[in-house]
Design a protein around this ligand. Sequence first.
Ligand SMILES: [Zn+2]
Length: 84
Amino acid sequence: MYKYNQTTCKEEPYTPPVEDGYYPIYCDNMDKKINCAQCGKEITFGDGYTSREIYSGPWGHMVCVDCMEKEMEREREYEKRSDI
Ligand SMILES: [Zn+2]
């Protein structure tokens, strides 16, 4: 698992917060309990959003709605900086 750091623009090895959590990239059961890859909170797969920062290969892991909002906030900050 890797995390893209939008402040340094670098990819870093990433360990999710809940050690024995479940962080699937793909799941065909939307009601399956998984963990948010950012904060570790338990959510259902169907409630998750594909992370823009945490991934394995080309696939993003699932994050909860709160973490997705924070990711989008960091992305907006990043875009603001790149406009200069
Ligand atoms: Zn989260």
